[in-house]
Write a protein that binds this ligand. Structure first.
Ligand code: SD4
Length: 333
C-alpha cells in the first residue's frame, strides 16, 4: 500500500519534519484557522462510528440533562457494536490473541476515571466511570480492574474472538510480523466530547487499542491528558491514532492548554499535530493521529496527521460526518 501512496504536505513545516517519500506541495499558508461555531449543546466524536454514538448521546442529554451520562451512553453504542474491530470486545486481539480494552471518562470539574488492559468487560467506559465515582482512585489496570468490575456487579463476558477478528489474527499469525497498527482506514477508537446548554463539558474515550499489540500494551486512550482532557474553564479534547505518539506530547492536555492561551479549537489541534510531528517524524502507513476539540463557547475544531480522519458533529441542526483537515494529504497514484 505504501508504494501506491503519496503524501502531500499541506502546509510549510520545518524541513526536519519532511520524510524522504513525502511530496511537498509548495508553500501554502495555513488556511482554516477559524473554528466552526454552532450553538450549544454540541457533541463531537471521532470517526464515522461517532454518528450512531452521537445520536444516542444526544437523546440521553435530552432525557437526563447530564452531559456526563450522554458521553458515557454514547460510546457504549460503539462498545457494543458487533461490527467494530477497534472498540469493545469485538475488537482485534493483541498478539497473544487476547482482547484487552482501555477507556477513560472525565467531567469539566476535573473528576476522571479510567481503566486499562482490562479483559472480559463489555463496557469499559462504565467501569471507568465507576472508578471515578466509587473509588478514591483515577485508574485501575488489568486483573484489579476486572475484580473491581465484578464487585460492582458487572458481568464477565467470555473471551471468544469475533469470527472476523479471529480470521485476521490467524492470518497475521502466519508471519507474526510485529508491527502494531492503528486501523485508521476504517474507523478506530471512539473519543467523544460534549458541551451542554449551560456550558458544562464532559468527555469519554474507549478502545481495544492497536491491533496485535504486545500483551500488556496500553495506549493513550485511558491516560488522562493524552487521549482525553476536559476543563470547564476552557474546553475539551480527545485523540485517536497511534497512542505512543499522543502520550509523548500529552496531546489532549496540550490542545486544552493551547485553547487556554487563546487559540481557537482549530488552531490548538493544528499546533498539537505539529508538536507531535516534531517528536515523531511522519512515516506513512503506521502514522495517523487525529484530535478533536471544543471550547466552552461551542466552537470546535479537528486536525489529523494525514487525510482520512473523519468525525461526527451533533447539534440542534442535526448529526453529520465531517472530513478533518490534515497536515499530510494522501493520494493514490
Ligand atoms: C491506542 N489511540 O490504543 C488508541 C488506538 C487508536 O487509531 O485510536 N488507534 O493507541
Amino acid at each position: 500500500m505504501t508504494s501506491r501512496r503519496k503524501f502531500l504536505k499541506n502546509t510549510l513545516l520545518s524541513s526536519t519534519l519532511m520524510l524522504p517519500g513525502a511530496v511537498k506541495t509548495g508553500l501554502q499558508s495555513l488556511e482554516k484557522k477559524t473554528s466552526k461555531q454552532v450553538n450549544k449543546p454540541l457533541i463531537l466524536s471521532t470517526w464515522n462510528h461517532g454518528l450512531a454514538a452521537n445520536e444516542k448521546a444526544w437523546s440521553v442529554l435530552n432525557q437526563t440533562g447530564s452531559i456526563l451520562d450522554a458521553v458515557e451512553e454514547g460510546v457504549k453504542v460503539t462498545e457494543a457494536d458487533l461490527s467494530s474491530r477497534s472498540v469493545g470486545l469485538n475488537g482485534y486481539p493483541d498478539r497473544e490473541g487476547i482482547v484487552t480494552l482501555d477507556a477513560s471518562i472525565m467531567n469539566g470539574n476535573g473528576d476522571c476515571g479510567s481503566v486499562c488492559f482490562v479483559r472480559q468487560i463489555k463496557h469499559p467506559i462504565t467501569l471507568a466511570r465507576k472508578v471515578m465515582e466509587e473509588t478514591p482512585h483515577v485508574m485501575l489496570a488489568g486483573e484489579g480492574a476486572k475484580q473491581f468490575a465484578v464487585s460492582q456487579g458487572m458481568p464477565l463476558e467470555d473471551e471468544e474472538l469475533h469470527p472476523d477478528a479471529r480470521q485476521e489474527y490467524e492470518e497475521w499469525l502466519e508471519k507474526s510480523e510485529y508491527k502494531p497498527k492503528a486501523n485508521f482506514e476504517n474507523h478506530d477508537t471512539i473519543g467523544m466530547i460534549g458541551l451542554d446548554a449551560d456550558g458544562n463539558l464532559a468527555g469519554s474515550c474507549t478502545t481495544s487499542g492497536l491491533m496485535f499489540k504486545m500483551h500488556g500494551r496500553v495506549g493513550d486512550s485511558p491516560i488522562i491528558g493524552a487521549g482525553l482532557y476536559v476543563d470547564n474553564e476552557v474546553g475539551a479534547a480527545t485523540a485517536t491514532g497511534v497512542g505512543e505518539t499522543i502520550i509523548k506530547i500529552c496531546g489532549s492536555f496540550l490542545v486544552v492548554e493551547l485553547m487556554r492561551q487563546g487559540r481557537t479549537p482549530q488552531e490548538a489541534c493544528e499546533e498539537t499535530i505539529d508538536r507531535l510531528l516534531q517528536k515523531t517524524p511522519f512515516h506513512e502507513d503506521e502514522m495517523q493521529v487525529g484530535f478533536l476539540a471544543i471550547n466552552k463557547e461551542g466552537e470546535h475544531g479537528a486536525y489529523a496527521v494525514q487525510s482520512g480522519f473523519t468525525y461526527a458533529v451533533q447539534h440542534q441542526g442535526g448529526n453529520s460526518a465531517v472530513k478533518s483537515d490534515s497536515r499530510y494529504q494522501t493520494t493514490t497514484e
